[in-house]
Design a protein around this ligand. Structure first.
Ligand code: 6PG
Length: 491
């Protein structure tokens, strides 16, 4: 007689994230069945990291399914894209209606929505969950952002909330919403991650090239910043990276090629912003900053041909930290103000997309999910949570009293730093696009009247008048154009 199934969950994909999640679940008293397409990896895992634990292994998908308690919970930690569909197709004939398939990779939320619908039609419950926090997070407490078929949530809630990070005793995991909502929120998290990383990198560039600080000095500046409103995982690791020395005692950061890669979630966020008509300018600039960095050889050629200021830190300064204390403080405030804009834009995108798809995303809940465990975890997210707790319908973070006052407090420094960067020829796409957004958002009269007139002049696209919005007019600007207007439509 076959042994009674004992596993609470099966996890497919024994790369670094998969293994660490399994070990984390095991620590919390769950029995996990590990499986991998290359089955030898299962044996290796059981003989090494999983030795002495309650983790069990499977030799095939059928074997794995036979070891699962009902409803069966199968989690995929495989490469996003066709591998996910491939495993789903193999699993479907082996499981029963009511069983749950969870995708924990960085999947495109549109794919998750499709999979959720396709599987629901067959009676299976699909969950697409964001998992953030890298290797350590997966092992000791990630931020988890599950969404999909809501009927699955009661069956996975205990496991998910037990293994997730905690912030003030609350799990950094809650149900996000239907269909692809979980992966959508993870995608926006990643877009914001790109923005935060770019902002810190621009601050580093200024501190290095304008203030003339050494790596160790910049590390000490980040150490200080990490004790205030900028306290965050990304500032903390930047502090550590800057003081890290290679085996030859040279700072490793100075040896690393200045060409950044990306796996695509930032680009997806940008595309979604364009599709939804939400100006997430800072995230898009952060994606393009990586793209521009990858043109290394062209940039090297251009650096010899294209004229412009090249920053030279003042010579003869014996203590640059003290000498530039004012500018360093201004850079900190510029970073903080820009970060507020970035999050305001990210939350605008979530609000609009939630309305479009009827997901009713809970912004305060999302802030809590990001408050701990994930790559963008920070003290700052606690403030965002407070803003949405006191007003769940907040239209924009910038109009919350706290954030409004903070941007006002940092504003002059922010402007000064942008000018400093521009006059010194330091590219600051994130700092400066954040400021441009702020000035655009707070401007009651933009030059779009001229733009609209231009559209009507050359294409009869019509315009509305200040005193009668909603009514479209066309003018024969040249005297020889017709009076017929082009059809009006908005993308
Ligand atoms: C996380 C991260 C992670 C992401 C990497 C690499 O939340 O743990 O966002 O999911 O894949 O940070 O992303 P890029 O290669 O796009 O920089």
């Amino acid at each position: 007689m076959a042994a009674a199934p004992t596993a609470d969950l099966a996890l497919i994909g024994l790369a670094v994230m998969g293994k660490n999640l399994i070990l984390n679940m095991n620590d919390h008293g769950f029995t996990v069945c590990a499986y991998n397409r290359t089955v030898s990896k299962v044996e290796e895992f059981l003989a090494n990291e999983a030795k002495g634990t309650n983790i069990i292994g499977a030799t095939s998908l059928a074997d794995m399914v036979s070891k699962l308690k009902r409803p069966r919970r199968v989690m995929l930690l495989v490469k996003a894209g066709s591998a996910v569909d491939g495993f789903i197709n193999q699993l479907v004939p082996l499981i029963e209606p009511g069983d749950i398939i969870i995708d924990g990779g960085n999947s495109d939320f549109n794919d998750s929505t499709r999979r959720c619908k396709e599987l629901a039609a067959k009676g299976f419950l699909y969950v697409g969950t964001g998992v953030s926090g890298g290797e350590d997070g997966a092992r000791y407490g990630p931020s988890l952002m599950p969404g999909g078929n809501p009927e699955a949530w009661p069956h996975i809630k205990d496991i998910f909330q037990s293994i997730s990070a905690k912030s003030d005793g609350e799990p950094c995991c809650d149900w996000v919403g239907a269909e692809g909502a979980g992966h959508f929120v993870k995608m926006v998290h990643n877009g914001i991650e790109y923005g935060d990383m770019q902002l810190i990198s621009e601050a580093y560039h200024l501190l290095k090239s304008v203030c003339g600080l050494s790596n160790d000095e910049i590390s000490s500046v980040f150490e200080q910043w990490n004790n205030g409103e900028l306290e965050s995982f990304l500032i903390e690791i930047s502090r550590d990276i800057l003081k890290f020395r290679d085996t030859d005692n040279v700072h490793l950061v100075d040896k690393i090629l200045d060409s950044a890669s990306q796996k695509g979630t930032g680009k997806w966020t940008g595309k979604t912003g364009l599709d939804m008509g939400i100006p997430i300018t800072l995230i898009v600039e952060a994606v393009f900053a990586r793209t521009l960095s990858s043109f290394k050889s062209e940039r090297v050629t251009a650096s010899k041909l294209l004229k412009g200021p090249s920053p030279q830190p003042e010579s003869g300064v014996s203590n640059p930290l003290e000498h530039h204390a004012g500018l360093i403080k201004a850079i900190k405030e510029a970073l903080y103000a820009s970060k507020i804009i970035s999050y305001a834009q990210g939350f605008m995108l979530m609000r609009a997309t939630s309305q479009e798809y009827g997901w009713t995303l809970n912004m305060g809940g999302i802030s809590l999910m990001w408050r701990g465990g994930c790559i963008i975890r920070s003290v700052f997210l606690g403030k965002i949570k407070q803003a949405f707790d006191s007003n769940p319908d907040l239209s924009n973070l910038l109009v919350d009293d706290f954030f409004n006052a903070e941007v006002a407090r940092c504003q002059m420094s922010w402007r000064e730093v942008c000018c400093k960067g521009i006059t010194n020829g330091i590219p600051m796409p994130a700092f400066s696009s954040a400021l441009a957004f702020y000035d655009g958002y707070r401007c009651d009269k933009l030059p779009a009247n001229l733009l609209q007139a231009q559209r009507d002049y050359f294409g009869a696209h019509t315009y509305e008048l200040l005193d009668s919005p909603g009514t479209h007019h066309h003018t024969n600007w040249t005297g020889h154009g017709g009076t017929t207007s082009a059809s009006t439509y908005n993308v």
